[in-house]
Design a protein around this ligand. Structure first.
Ligand code: ZN
Length: 234
C-alpha cells in the first residue's frame, strides 16, 4: 500500500480551499508553505480568478496538489485558496508574483512547477509548457523523462496516457504573461507549466459536484509519482 494521495488531496481541498469566497480581511488570497528544497510548486488558479472583466473558474484540486506534493518532498509551495484578483497567470502587476519573486530570491529556488488544470475532454493527460523550450532549459529533458517513466508519452494512443509538450495553447506563456514566463524572463529561474486533465485531477465528493466524466485515480497516482520524482531529483 502506498500513500493515500486522493484522500490527502481531497481532504485539503474540502477543508482549506474556497473557490468563490473573498480572502479574509487582512489576508492574501494565496498561501505560502515553506520548504527546504530549491523547488517551488505554484498553483495560481487554485480558486476563482479575475481576468478581463469576469471571474474565471478554478483549476480544481491544484492548490491541494501543490500542498500535498510540497509536504511529501520538502519543496516550497505557493497556491491560491480564495478567489484572487487579478489573475496571477495573466497580469504581472499582482501580489502573487511579487511574493513569488521574493521567495525565489530568498530561497535560491532553481525550478518552479506551475500547476494548472485542463478540461476533461482535452486530448492529453498531461501537458507540459516551456514556451517552446525557452523557460526550462536545464530541466525540460528530465521533466519529460519523469512523465515517460510513469507511462505518459507523446506517442500514446489513449488520450489520458498522452504527454503533450508545448502544444499550441498550452505552451506556458508564448502569448500570455503567465507565471512560467514571469519566472523565467524576470527572475531568470527555470519554470514549466504543467496542465493536468480533469480525469487526473478531480476527486469526487470533495468540492466536486456532479461530474460529466469518470475520474481516473490510477493515472492520477502515476502523474503524482512523476511530479514527486521531478522534485526529488532537483
Ligand atoms: Zn490555470
Amino acid at each position: 500500500m502506498g500513500i493515500d494521495w486522493t484522500g490527502q488531496i481531497g481532504q485539503f481541498e474540502a477543508t482549506q480551499v474556497r473557490y468563490g469566497d473573498d480572502p479574509l480581511p487582512g489576508q492574501a488570497a494565496f498561501r505560502y508553505q515553506p520548504g527546504g528544497r530549491p523547488v517551488l510548486i505554484s498553483a495560481p488558479h487554485g480558486a476563482c480568478h479575475w481576468r478581463g472583466n469576469d471571474w474565471k473558474f478554478q483549476d480544481g484540486f491544484t492548490a491541494a496538489l501543490a500542498h500535498v506534493l510540497a509536504s511529501h518532498t520538502g519543496a516550497h509551495a505557493l497556491y491560491t485558496v480564495r478567489r484572487i484578483r487579478p489573475d496571477p497567470n495573466y497580469d504581472d502587476d499582482c501580489d502573487y508574483k511579487r511574493t513569488l519573486a521574493k521567495l525565489l530570491q530568498d530561497h535560491s529556488i532553481r525550478l518552479v512547477l506551475d500547476l494548472h488544470g485542463a478540461r476533461y475532454d482535452r486530448s492529453f493527460g498531461v501537458a507540459l509548457g516551456t514556451i517552446d523550450g525557452r523557460s526550462c532549459p536545464a530541466y525540460e529533458a528530465g521533466l519529460i523523462q519523469a512523465f515517460m517513466d510513469q507511462g505518459f508519452d507523446p506517442d500514446q494512443a489513449y488520450f489520458l496516457d498522452r504527454l503533450a509538450v508545448n502544444l499550441p495553447q498550452y505552451r506556458g506563456g508564448a502569448l500570455q504573461r503567465t507565471v512560467t514566463r514571469f519566472v523565467w524572463e524576470q527572475c531568470r529561474v527555470n519554470a514549466a507549466q504543467i496542465e493536468l486533465n480533469a480525469h487526473l485531477r478531480i476527486i469526487p465528493g470533495h468540492n466536486a459536484n456532479s461530474l460529466t466524466f469518470t475520474p481516473d485515480p490510477q493515472r492520477q497516482r502515476r502523474a503524482i509519482e512523476a511530479l514527486i520524482n521531478i522534485v526529488k531529483a532537483i
